[in-house]
Design a protein. Structure first.
Length: 448
C-alpha cells in the first residue's frame, strides 16, 4: 500500500499519534449508562435487515474464496454403464429337407470408472485467490460500514426523539403561557387600559406556537417509526424517560487520535482492498499467457460374460495430459491493459480515500468544538432569562408590576429553554457523527 505523509495535528487541535489501538470495538454509547439506548442498539445489531443482508454478503464472499482455494484440488468424476445383447436362433427348412439351427448366448458388459482431472495454471490460481481474498475483505468492510450506519441511525434517532419530546413539553408550556397572556391583554383592553395591538401580537404568537406543535407531533411519530424499523420491528409508538440534557459528552472523545483509527475506517478498508483486487486482476489477465496444464486419469473395472462361450473380469486404467498456451491473442493483450487501467484508478481512489478520511475527521471534530461553544453561550443566555423571569414574577407578586410582564418573561424563558434543548440535540448529533467518522463501534456485537 502507498504511504502518505500524515498531519501531526488536526485543525481542532487533536494530535495525531502513530501508536494506539483501533476504536472499532469501542461501544461509546454505553458510556451514557442508558439501558434503553443500549437495548435499542442491541436489537438493531441483531434484527436489522440491512445488517442481515451485509452478513449474508460476507458469507457469499467466504464461499467464493473457498471455491478459489479449492481450484488447487483435483476433481474426481464417476462414470459407469452397462450393455447387453441377446442370442439369435435360426432354422431352415425346405419342403421337408434337413433343418439346422445355430444359437449364440447372451452378452452382458458392466463397467465403472473414476476420472480424476487436474487443471493447473499456477499464476492464474494464485491471483484468483488473491482477488477472492480482497473481495472478502471488501464485503467485511461493507458489513462494518452498515453496522456503523445502523448504530449512528439508532443513536441519532433516539437523541432526536428525546429532543422532540422535550420540545413538545416546552411548546405546550409556551402555549399555556401565551393563552394566559392573551386573556390578560383581553381583560386589560376591556377595561380600557390597553390597545388592540398587544392582543393581536399575542394572538399571532399563540397561533404560531400551536402550528409548530403539530410539526413536533409529526416529527415524533416519524422518528419512532424509523427507530422501530431499524430495530426490526413494525411501526409504533414507544415511551422514553430521558431528556437530551441528561447526557454528558465530556471525556467521550479521545484526546489523542491514533492514525490507526483512520486507517480502520470501512471506506479506507474497501479502497485498500479494491486496490489489492485490481492489482491481482492484472496477474489474472497476465496469467492467460502462461501454459494451462490439464491432467486426466482413468481407473476402473469391467466384466463381460458371453453365455455359453466365455466369462472374463478385469480392471483397466489410463491417463492423458495436455498443455495449452496462447500464441497470439489480441483480446488477452487488451484485457491486460484494461486491468492495468483499473489498477491505476483504484490507486488514485485509495489516495483520495485516505485524504478524505483525515479531512472528514478534522471537520467533524471542529464542528464538535463549535457545537460545544455555542451550547455554552445558549446556557449562559438561558441562565440570564431565568433570572429575569424570577425578578418579574417577584415584582408581580409584590404588586409592583402587571401580570403581563411576568407572563411575558416566562414565555421568553421558555423560548430560551427551547434553544438550549436544540443545542443539546446538536451536540449529541455531532457526537454521533464524530464517532461515525472515527469508525467507532463497528466491531461491537450485541450484548444479548
Amino acid at each position: 500500500m502507498p504511504v502518505l505523509a500524515e498531519p501531526e495535528k488536526l485543525r481542532s487541535g487533536t494530535p495525531i499519534v502513530q501508536e494506539g489501538e483501533s476504536v472499532s470495538n469501542y461501544a461509546w454509547w454505553t458510556r451514557f449508562k442508558d439501558p434503553q439506548l443500549n437495548d435499542l442498539i442491541d436489537q438493531a445489531l441483531t434484527n436489522n435487515h440491512d445488517m442481515q443482508i451485509a452478513v449474508a454478503n460476507v458469507e457469499q464472499a467466504e464461499a467464493q474464496l473457498r471455491a478459489a482455494q479449492y481450484a488447487w484440488l483435483p476433481t474426481l468424476d464417476a462414470q459407469g454403464g452397462a450393455m447387453g445383447s441377446g442370442g439369435i436362433d435360426t432354422s431352415y427348412s425346405n419342403r421337408g429337407s434337413a433343418s439346422f439351427s445355430n444359437g449364440l448366448g447372451r452378452l452382458s458388459v458392466v463397467y465403472g470408472t473414476f476420472v480424476p482431472s487436474y487443471s493447473l495454471n499456477v499464476f492464474a490460481l494464485i491471483n484468483q485467490t488473491r482477488v477472492a481474498e480482497a473481495s472478502l475483505e471488501i464485503q467485511k468492510a461493507a458489513r462494518h460500514s452498515v453496522q456503523l450506519t445502523v448504530i449512528g441511525q439508532v443513536s441519532g434517532g433516539y437523541f432526536n426523539l428525546l429532543s422532540a419530546r422535550r420540545e413538545l413539553a416546552l411548546q405546550e408550556k409556551k402555549i399555556e403561557l401565551l393563552s394566559r397572556l392573551k386573556e390578560a391583554h383581553h381583560t386589560r383592553l376591556s377595561a380600557g387600559g390597553a390597545n388592540a395591538t398587544s392582543l393581536l401580537e399575542t394572538e399571532s404568537r399563540l397561533r404560531l406556537a400551536q402550528a409548530m406543535l403539530k410539526d413536533v407531533h409529526d416529527d415524533i411519530q416519524k422518528t419512532e417509526n424509523a427507530i422501530q424499523l431499524l430495530t426490526g420491528k413494525m411501526p409504533g409508538a414507544f415511551s422514553t424517560s430521558k431528556s437530551p440534557a441528561d447526557f454528558s459528552i465530556e471525556g467521550l472523545i479521545p484526546s489523542n487520535l491514533p492514525s490507526m483509527v483512520l486507517h480502520q475506517r470501512p471506506d479506507l478498508l474497501m479502497a485498500e482492498n479494491n486496490l489489492r483486487a485490481a492489482s491481482a486482476q492484472i496477474g489474472v489477465a497476465n496469467a492467460a499467457f502462461f501454459p494451462n496444464i490439464s491432467l486426466t486419469g482413468l481407473i476402473g473395472g469391467a466384466s463381460a460374460m458371453l453365455t455359453n462361450l466365455f466369462s472374463v473380469q478385469g480392471g483397466f486404467w489410463g491417463a492423458t495430459g495436455t498443455v495449452a498456451a496462447p500464441v497470439l491473442n489480441a483480446r488477452k493483450f487488451a484485457e491486460v491493459s484494461v486491468a492495468e487501467a483499473k489498477q491505476k484508478a483504484a490507486y488514485a481512489n485509495y489516495l483520495q480515500a485516505v485524504k478524505s478520511a483525515f479531512s472528514d475527521v478534522d471537520s467533524q471534530l471542529t464542528s464538535m468544538q463549535i457545537a460545544n461553544q455555542k451550547q455554552a453561550d445558549l446556557l449562559a443566555a438561558n441562565k440570564a432569562a431565568q433570572r429575569l423571569t424570577a425578578i418579574n414574577v417577584a415584582q408581580y407578586k409584590a404588586g409592583v408590576r402587571d401580570i403581563r410582564f411576568a407572563l411575558e418573561a416566562e414565555a421568553e424563558a421558555i423560548e430560551s429553554e427551547r434553544l438550549v434543548n436544540g443545542g443539546s440535540a446538536r451536540q449529541l448529533s455531532q457526537l454521533v457523527t464524530v464517532f461515525q467518522s472515527l469508525a467507532s463501534g463497528y466491531a461491537v456485537t450485541a450484548s444479548k
